[in-house]
Design a protein around this ligand. Structure first.
Ligand code: AMP
Length: 223
């Protein structure tokens, strides 16, 4: 199944996409992760993208689209995928349909994670990310066993540069202005499901899996 997760920063798209991808045995494609990898690797794309990302602004469409087109040329996406962080405006939504139509693919389901602003700011300001495997933690809600060390791979955790309170507010403004209309794009196609995502992460994942099963009862979900 080809699924896109929608919602404001801090709605839990990254956490839920990673877990959902594991349960469905399909790749997790995050444009934020791909961009951060380019920044860490010091590529030309990473150098261009960094100034936008640090300010909480969207990276220009052509840069992100080129990067995503390359990702969709890999064969693993044929068995399904979970897309996270793209599309972030209606132009990207139309571009995505074009990228997918090449190999004869399309989005089957868009899941909107509905979250209130207070929860978002609380989640993002405490978010910690593993510098090696990208696992997400929270300083209060989901702390690692050892302070600032990843439970899975023992690499150091860090706070994302754009998870500072001022940048969080900017990202929310950008989301409301540019990204929220993408919800209507998928509603009009009749493939949007909305769910309340303020609750505990595992409970939200169960709700997403229920929606996926309702959409396609033949889908195989790992324990
Ligand atoms: P995320 O990890 O999805 O929160 O993305 C982090 C940052 O990467 C965003 O604030 C943007 O600066 C940039 N970014 C990620 N995905 C996109 C996209 N589809 N279009 C433009 N910028 C993006």
């Amino acid at each position: 199944m080809n699924i896109v997760l929608l919602g404001p920063p801090g709605a839990g798209k990254g956490t839920q996409s990673k877990r959902l991808a594991e349960r469905l045995g399909v790749p997790h494609i995050s444009t934020g992760d791909l961009l951060r990898k380019n920044v860490t690797d010091g590529t030309e794309l990473g150098r261009e993208a960094k100034s936008y990302m640090d300010k909480g602004l969207l990276v220009p469409d052509d840069l992100v689209t080129r990067m995503l087109t390359n990702r969709f040329e890999q064969k693993d996406v044929r068995k399904g995928f979970i897309l996270d962080g793209y599309p972030r405006n209606t132009a990207q939504a139309a571009t995505l349909d074009g990228i997918l139509s090449g190999p004869g693919l399309s989005i089957d389901m868009a899941v909107y994670l509905d979250t209130c602003e207070e929860v978002i700011v609380q989640r993002l300001s405490g978010r910690l990310v593993c510098s090696k495997c990208g696992a997400n933690y929270h300083a209060v809600n989901m702390p690692p066993k050892k302070t600032m060390i990843c439970d899975s791979c023992s690499a150091p955790l860090y706070q994302r540069a754009d998870d500072k309170e001022e940048t969080i507010r900017r990202r929310l403004e950008v989301y409301n202005k540019e990204s929220a209309p993408v919800i209507d794009y998928y509603a009009e196609k009749g493939i949007l499901s909305r769910l309340a995502a303020d609750g505990e992460a595992l409970a939200v994942l169960d709700k997403i899996i229920d929606l996926v099963r309702k959409n396609d009862d033949s889908v195989k979900v790992k324990k």
